[in-house]
Ligand binder design. Structure first.
Ligand SMILES: Nc1ncnc2c1ncn2[C@@H]1O[C@H](COP(=O)(O)OP(=O)(O)OP(=O)(O)O)[C@@H](O)[C@H]1O
Length: 230
């Protein structure tokens, strides 16, 4: 599903790499917990896998495609078709309703639209199904997301990543603003949806209590030779 070989990445304007990884691979269907101290490069690595950041050297392969070699717009399409991304800062559109935010990926990807419509009669119904599973009630789902609490917005971001069953779910600290009950429901839904579709889950978190739930744990500071410690 994911294979990185001899990857080096420097942020623009910097001459020293923040990522220097010889090899990193994730099998299809695996649930991987990625951890490491702040600044190890976890978010940067997720950006490389998603093709948002391009490596200075080496190859990033996702689903058999060298994503680092796909040209700009095609790379955006590839990401929209195959990846659901839950950002640390959610990146929701504040003035759109909850359901419109959740349906957004289906407007960028025909593939995800078709998969969502195979599950429910309309995109909105599929958005509502996911939101209900994440314990967001009907009274909230037609409101602009700006009126929701941070924890509620995080669940909207999760539903948006899951709609249309992308093969790869990338989650960057997605549960940090949730209370214990909501966190459990959130992780259960992520796992359930991933299992159903044999989707791969790459999950970054500082919350070590969650790590035993995953198939594998990766300590990034062990594989990222660019990280010299705090
Ligand atoms: N947009 C950017 N431009 C320049 N440098 C950046 C940028 N984003 C991150 N960095 C730098 O890259 C390094 C790794 O940052 P990154 O956010 O990937 O770490 P992280 O492990 O995800 O940290 P945290 O756990 O605090 O979220 C840091 O030194 C950071 O300052």
């Amino acid at each position: 599903m994911i294979e990185l070989n001899h990857i080096k990445y420097c942020w623009p304007g910097s001459s020293s790499p923040v990522i220097d990884i010889e090899h990193f691979a994730v099998e299809q269907g695996e649930k991987v917990f990625l951890k490491g101290p702040s600044g190890t490069g976890k978010s940067t690595l997720l950006g490389l896998i998603a093709g948002v950041n391009l490596p200075n050297s080496g190859e990033v392969n996702v689903l058999g495609h060298t994503i680092s070699k796909i040209k700009g717009r095609q790379r955006d399409h590839f990401r929209a078709d195959h990846m659901g991304y839950i950002f640390q800062m959610f990146n929701l559109l504040p003035y759109l309703s909850v359901t419109k935010n959740v349906c957004l990926p289906c407007h960028f990807s025909k593939l995800r639209r078709a998969k969502a419509l195979a599950e429910s009669t309309t995109l909105k119904a599929e958005a509502c199904r996911l939101l209900h599973e994440l314990q967001l009630g009907d009274e909230l789902i037609h409101r602009p997301v700006a009126e929701l609490s941070i924890g509620q917005q995080q669940r909207v971001a999760a539903a948006r990543a899951l709609i249309g069953k992308p093969e790869l779910i990338i989650a960057d600290e997605p549960s940090s603003a949730l209370d214990t009950d909501a966190r459990e429901a959130f992780i259960k839904l992520l796992f359930k949806e991933c299992k159903r579709e044999n989707s791969t889950l790459l999950f970054v978190s500082h919350d070590n209590t969650l790590s035993p739930l995953f198939d594998h744990q990766v300590e990034l500071s062990n594989i990222n030779h660019a990280y010299k410690g705090a």
